[in-house]
Design a protein around this ligand. Structure first.
Ligand code: NAD
Length: 487
C-alpha cells in the first residue's frame, strides 16, 4: 500500500500507470465513478503523450530479451499469471463489477475464469504453432512465427479484463511486449492485472499499462514508429481515427468493432428457445458488441413469439449488479444512458411502437425495451445503440429474412433459430457475419476465428489467427545443396 493506493470494494488498487515494472504517476488525474451508485471510486492517473511514449520505450527495451525467451518459458509465466487470476478471482470480480456495473455473478462464474483461460489457452497454443515443411523443386520451405515487437492494445469498458487479456495473452505468448490502454470508464482491473503479472514473474517492461483518455494519449500510442501491432476493440469512429493515425507507419491493425446483429426466428423454430435467445440479448444491459439487437421473426409466428417474449422479459430483475438475483444492472455512464434514450425517442418520433420499456428506470438504468413497426432504413435499425434496446421486424419468407438480416453496414454476428438443418446451411451461407450461431448464442471457442466484416472490424483473432496477427510470419527456403560436407 502506498499513499496512492485506492480501496475499491475492500480491494487495494493502484491508480497509477505501470511502466517498465514501476508505478508512475501523472501530474493530472481523472475521477473514476461507479455506475452502480455514481460514487467516486478514486482519482486515476491521467496519462499524457509523454507517459504513452515512456510506455512504448519500456516495451521496446524489454522486447529483445522476451522475444529470445523460449516459448516454453513464456508459456510457464503465462500459466503463472492465470494462477494469479484464479487466486484473486473474487477480488477481480467485485472490482470489475464496481467499476463497470456488469453482473457480479457473471464475473465470478464466467468472465474471470475466462480471463485465466485466455492466458492458459494462448500459452498452450503457442507451443503447437507449426506448419509442416514443404518442398519446392527439392528446396525446403519452413514457416515460422517470429515475434513482431511492441504491441499497443486498446480496449473498451463493457468487458474490460476479458477483452484486454484476449489480446494480451497471445501477444505475450508470441514473444511481443505490450502497452495496454484500458477504457477510462473502467480502468481498475488492468491495474490489478499488472500486479498479478509482476508477481507471476513477467519481466519488467513486457506488460505496461497506461491510463487516461483515448483522445489525449491514443494518438501518441497509435502513431508511434516503434509500435509493431495495434489491436483495438471499440467503436467505429475511434477505429477510423486509429487507422488514420497508424497509416504513416503502416502499422498492422486488428479492429474489433460494433455490430447490429440479427436474430432470425423461422416458423419451424422451437419458439421457447427463440424467446430465450432473444431475451438473452439484454445481458450486460445490452452493452455487448455481439448482441443480436434486430429480431426478425417469420410473420406466421410473430404474434405468438411476441407474447412469449413479453412474458419472459417481464420477469427479468433489474437492479444492483452485486445481487445474485439481478439480471440487468446499470448502464455504464449517464452519458451512455442519455445516448440510449435519444435513440429510443427518435425511433418513437419516427413511428416505432414501444412493446416493452422505452424509458429510464432511474438515473442509472434503462428498462429492457422492444420496439416494433420500425423501418429498415431507420436509425434504430441501422445504428448500434449499445443498450437494452431490441427491435422486432417480420419477414414473409427466407429471401426476405436474408435481405433484412444482411442490410446494415455491420457484419459481426448472426443468430438463426430454425428446426430445418438445410435451411440453416442455406441462410448461413448467404449472411455476412464473423460468427453465425444456429439455435444457440455466445458459445465461443478460443480456437475459432473471431472478428467482424464490413464496419464490424478488420481481421480475425483467436487460435492461430491471433498468432498470424501478432507475429511476423517468415518462410525460410533452403536449397538441397550448398552445405559444407563435413561428413
Ligand atoms: P470507444 O471507441 O469510445 O473506446 C474504446 C477505447 O478506445 C477506449 O479505451 C478509449 O479510451 C480509446 N480511444 C478513444 N479515442 C481514441 C483515440 N483517438 N485513439 C486511441 N484510442 C482511443 O468505444 P467504447 O464506447 O469504449 O466501447 C463500445 C464499443 O466497442 C461498441 O461499439 C462495441 O460494439 C465495441 N465492442 C466491440 C467488440 C468486438 O469484439 N467486436 C467487443 C466489445 C465492444
Amino acid at each position: 500500500m502506498t499513499e496512492h493506493t485506492l480501496t475499491v470494494a475492500g480491494v487495494a488498487v493502484d491508480p497509477r500507470h505501470w511502466i517498465g515494472g514501476e508505478r508512475v504517476a501523472s501530474a493530472g488525474t481523472f475521477t473514476d465513478v461507479s455506475p452502480i451508485d455514481g460514487r467516486a471510486l478514486g482519482e486515476i492517473a491521467r496519462g499524457t503523450p509523454a507517459e504513452a511514449a515512456a510506455a512504448v520505450a519500456a516495451a521496446k527495451a524489454a522486447f529483445p530479451a522476451w522475444a529470445a525467451t523460449s516459448r516454453a518459458e513464456r508459456a510457464r509465466i503465462l500459466h503463472a499469471i492465470a494462477d494469479g487470476v484464479e487466486k484473486r478471482l473474487e477480488e477481480l470480480a467485485i472490482v470489475e463489477t464496481t467499476d463497470n456495473g456488469a453482473l457480479l455473478r457473471s464475473h465470478r462464474r464466467g468472465v474471470m475464469p475466462r480471463v485465466a483461460h485466455n492466458f492458459r489457452f494462448f500459452a498452450d497454443w503457442s507451443l503447437t504453432l507449426d506448419h509442416e515443411d514443404f518442398e519446392t523443386r527439392g528446396h525446403t520451405n519452413h514457416v515460422s512465427w517470429d515475434p513482431a515487437g511492441p504491441c499497443v492494445l486498446i480496449t473498451p469498458w463493457n468487458a474490460p479484463l476479458m477483452l484486454a487479456t484476449w489480446k494480451i495473452a497471445p501477444a505475450l505468448a508470441a514473444g511481443n511486449t505490450v502497452v495496454l490502454k484500458p477504457a477510462e470508464w473502467s480502468p481498475l482491473t488492468a491495474s490489478l492485472l499488472a500486479d498479478i503479472a509482476a508477481e507471476a514473474g513477467l519481466p519488467a517492461g513486457v506488460l505496461n499499462v497506461v491510463q487516461g483518455y483515448g483522445s489525449e494519449i491514443g494518438d501518441a500510442l497509435t502513431s508511434h514508429p516503434d509500435v509493431r501491432r495495434i489491436s483495438f476493440t471499440g467503436s467505429v469512429p475511434t477505429a477510423r481515427r486509429i487507422a488514420a493515425s497508424a497509416a504513416p507507419h503502416l502499422t498492422p491493425l486488428s479492429l474489433e468493432l460494433g455490430g447490429k446483429s440479427p436474430l432470425l426466428v423461422f416458423a419451424d423454430a422451437d419458439l421457447d428457445l427463440a424467446v430465450d435467445l432473444a431475451v438473452e440479448q439484454y445481458d450486460n444491459a445490452g452493452q455487448v458488441c455481439l448482441a443480436a439487437t434486430r429480431i426478425l421473426v417469420e410473420e406466421t409466428v410473430a404474434e405468438e413469439f411476441t407474447r412469449r417474449f413479453v412474458a419472459k422479459a417481464g420477469a427479468l430483475v433489474q437492479g444492483d449488479p452485486r445481487e445474485e438475483a439481478t439480471d440487468i444492472g446499470p448502464t455504464i455512464h449517464p452519458r451512455q444512458l442519455e445516448k440510449i434514450d435519444g435513440f429510443v425517442r427518435r425511433a418513437v418520433e419516427a413511428g416505432a411502437r414501444v412493446v416493452i420499456g422505452g424509458h429510464r428506470v432511474d438515473e442509472r438504468s434503462y428498462a429492457p425495451t422492444l420496439l416494433t413497426e420500425v423501418a429498415q432504413d431507420s436509425e434504430i435499425v441501422q445504428e448500434e445503440v449499445f443498450g437494452p434496446v431490441l427491435t422486432l421486424q417480420t419477414f414473409a419468407d427466407e429471401d426476405e429474412a436474408v435481405r433484412l438480416a444482411d442490410d446494415t453496414r455491420f457484419g459481426l454476428a448472426a443468430t438463426l433459430v430454425t428446426g430445418d438443418r438445410e435451411r440453416a446451411d442455406r441462410v448461413t451461407g448467404r449472411l455476412t457475419a464473423g460468427t453465425v450461431w444456429v439455435n444457440c448464442f455466445f458459445v465461443r471457442d478460443l480456437k475459432a476465428p473471431f472478428g467482424g466484416s464490413r464496419h464490424s472490424g478488420v481481421g480475425r483473432e483467436g487460435g492461430t489467427w491471433s498468432f498470424d496477427f501478432y507475429c511476423d510470419l517468415k518462410n525460410t527456403v533452403t536449397a538441397p545443396k550448398g552445405w559444407n560436407d563435413h561428413g
